[in-house]
Design a protein around this ligand. Structure first.
Ligand code: ZN
Ligand code: ZN
Length: 339
């Protein structure tokens, strides 16, 4: 099959690659769309994604598609079904799995290498799509399910003031989810001015550019005395530092962005102590896939704003090198045209 395969750092080729074997409990899915994730850029640069990388490997894990074959033990899926897939498999029998923390499974692994014509995940990772949800929009399921876990951990209460640091594809989805949760005010901290208009259109109350504005002055000018919840979406020491510094007394901060492996969070310990901060991290998407599908189907997410563009596989390498479209939102690669 054709696939976009990473052979090493910055060595991405569209090439023939063996299709994954179909297990007895496997579902063979012809991929329609595969979203480009921040972790794909990490892997392309030679860093780890959610897990370490073993070359050669097709890029991508945010997929929608159509079932073309099922293993003999599969119940509930048949050829022609429209589906999306949770890329994270867990064993179900280790200590963590048995404690209901399947995302922390001792032998978890990725079962979707999605920039390819076919994937063969086990049936337990495959989810039906409602007819009314397009395959294009359904490719947002995985990133949205990860964001949902982060939002669950942030625990926004209706009417509270939320800060979001970084407003790329993920920050934009977080902004939409904060709206769903009934956040009273949403303050975006973002250095890319191109994102100001889109963020305000999605319902941000304020857009502060830490590169050109003094953050404390800008917050005071906006009449924001306290931020109750802060979502860090940059994955950089500087964005983590900003998230911790703007958090108010008693605030919860979720460090959501995927950092470099050896990155250190610059924590002002005494500040965190006197503010009694609750600091959390968020890892992948435990049991949030069905809710992500429901939000997309219910029209709660403005997918036209969330998706910056749809590109062909041939244009993938240029996008990886330039991030031209990714800087505006989620880029989808159209693998096969079903619609
Ligand atoms: Zn992702
Ligand atoms: Zn397990």
């Amino acid at each position: 099959m054709k696939a976009a395969v990473l052979f090493g750092p910055r060595d991405l080729r569209i090439t023939d690659f063996p299709a994954p074997p179909l297990a007895e409990d496997g579902v063979k899915v012809a991929v329609a769309y595969c979203g480009l994730c921040g972790t794909d850029f990490h892997k392309f640069a030679g860093k780890a994604g959610s897990r370490p990388v073993t070359y050669p490997v097709p890029l991508g894990h945010e997929v929608s598609g159509v079932v073309v074959e099922v293993g003999p033990r599969v119940k509930g899926f048949k050829t022609g079904d429209r589906v999306t897939v949770d890329p994270n498999w867990s064993c179900g029998c280790c200590d963590y799995c048995r404690d209901g923390k399947r995302h922390l499974c001792s032998s978890s692994r990725g079962v979707v290498k999605g920039m390819a014509e076919f994937i063969c995940p086990p049936q337990e990772n495959v989810y039906h799509l409602p007819d009314s949800l397009s395959l294009r929009d359904a490719a947002l399921t995985e990133p949205l399910s990860c964001c949902l876990h982060g939002i669950d951990l942030l625990d926004v209460q209706a009417g509270e003031t939320v800060g979001i640091v970084g407003c790329g594809a993920i920050g934009g989805l977080m902004l939409q989810l904060c709206r769903c949760k009934g956040a009273g005010k949403i303050i975006i901290f973002e250095t890319n001015e191109d994102k100001r208009e889109g963020a305000m259109a999605l319902g941000a109350s304020h857009f502060i550019n830490p590169r050109t504005q003094n953050v404390a002055d800008a917050l005071a000018a906006a009449g924001i005395e306290r931020i109750d919840r802060v979502m860090e979406c940059g994955g950089l020491p500087v964005t983590a530092e900003l998230a911790l510094s703007v958090a108010g007394r008693g605030a919860t901060v979720v460090l959501f962005g995927v950092s470099d492996k050896d990155a250190i969070v610059p924590l002002k310990w005494y500040d965190a102590f006197t503010k009694e901060l609750v600091i959390k991290t968020s890892y992948i998407n435990p049991a949030t896939t069905s809710r992500a599908i429901a939000l997309l189907t219910g029209g709660y997410i403005d997918t036209d704003t969330a998706i910056s563009t749809v590109i062909e596989p041939e244009d993938l390498l240029e996008e990886m090198n330039t991030r031209r479209n990714s800087s505006r939102g989620k880029v989808l690669v159209k693998i096969k045209d079903f619609e």
